[in-house]
Design a protein around this ligand. Sequence first.
Ligand code: HEM
Length: 442
Amino acid sequence: MIFFRAMGNIDAIKKHEAALQRCLTVWIVTGLLFMLLPGTFLGAWNLISISDRHGAALLDPAWIQAHGHAQIFGWIGTFILGIGFYSLSKMRGLARFAVRRAWTCWVLWTAGVGLRWATNLWHWQWRWTLPLSAILEVAAFVLFFITVRRHRSEKNPAESGAPASQVWIGIVVVGTLGFLLSLLANFAMAVQGAYAGGGPDVPRGINERLLPLFTWAFPVVAIWGFSARWLPTFLGLSDPDARLLKLAVLVNTVAVACAIGAWWLPATALFATAATAASAGLHIFTRQQRPPKIIGVHPTFPLFVRIAYVWLLASAGISLSAAAWDKAGGLWGASRHALTVGFISAMVFAIGQRVLPAFCGMRVLFSTKLMFADLALLNLGCLLRVVSEIGAYEDYLPVLWPVLPVSAVIEMAAMTIFAANLLITFGQVPPHLRISTIQGPR
Ligand code: HEM
């Protein structure tokens, strides 16, 4: 009797696990669609128009913001919510309601982000669709938060006395708060904009102050947290230095506060300090202690992770020079691009292709060569974009204007290959099911 009950429990757990994996796959595919269509294609279109007109002045700011929102919230936010539901529900013992809530949350979130993008693009009835989109996004986040808030990590006796190995949880929590604050700020701006009636775009000065919140306070911190969790294993690095990482998060928080107050020189100097402390705390540039775990990914994976952290530092350095010398938005744009494409996207490409095939049904990445191609193209496109944005926008080297569309096409190719590699992976039968199909039922 006990035996049958135990077997029943195992079956139920397997079913929940499969349901969670299906749900995560839908979240990830949704994120990829937001990344490609409203995100990358619109970004490339904007850049081609800017390059044609030799400046962004004539471009509708609502379109630029539609692109930024689709990338940060539609792609990165969707990935983080999906992975959050999956991993925290697993740790909490596969609570059944978590799967139902994950689906409800997906409906609210996708509707909110999709509506926001359409509103910015077509301006149709924007005075009510803009706040509605922001409400839907906040509602989705609240549902996520109340579902996972009582999360406690599994008690691992080996880890219980080692604060360094647990520091990642605290950092991810801070990143999640950054996510919440970003959504609340977005909601406040949507309501204010609808009330004032000026248009669906956030006024330029305010938008510039909010962008560091949307980037440094949310995806950057979340990536530091996941780096502390996974990089010691994946790259064979020594355990993170908890004190340095906490310092990085603290300094970064003060930097974001300074940026919101438009106190740019201190803000950017602090971003540079935080980025340096985070890289040092994660031992990114130190010698590996053990062989890296690169089964299933391209062997250059550890190199690309390190290059992403070089972009983080470069972005902080460029933003410091922007605070001092920017005249036409070129230095600010280049620093933002180094951060969003060079660091955030490259880290999602690298870690995503390492962990998502397993999370989404114990699959194996379709092609490690495509992984190398997307990471190499992403870095090439980013380098061309950052150099030519500074040279062309700031009028140091106007001959670089024609390079901008080339960089856009290269980055678009990188994003498309990344999406295709994951989508084909999800479409394949996982190896463990292939074996059981060949063996047939016992
Ligand atoms: C094909 C790749 C991409 C292209 C061609 C592109 C293009 C652009 C362009 C032209 C702008 C206008 C400002 C400027 O001139 O710098 C911009 C802004 C922005 N981009 Fe991208 N981008 C790309 C990828 C990304 C990615 C992957 C992210 C985030 C993960 C991102 C986030 C942003 C943000 C947050 C802004 C600022 C939006 C605002 O002003 O509110 N971009 N991008």
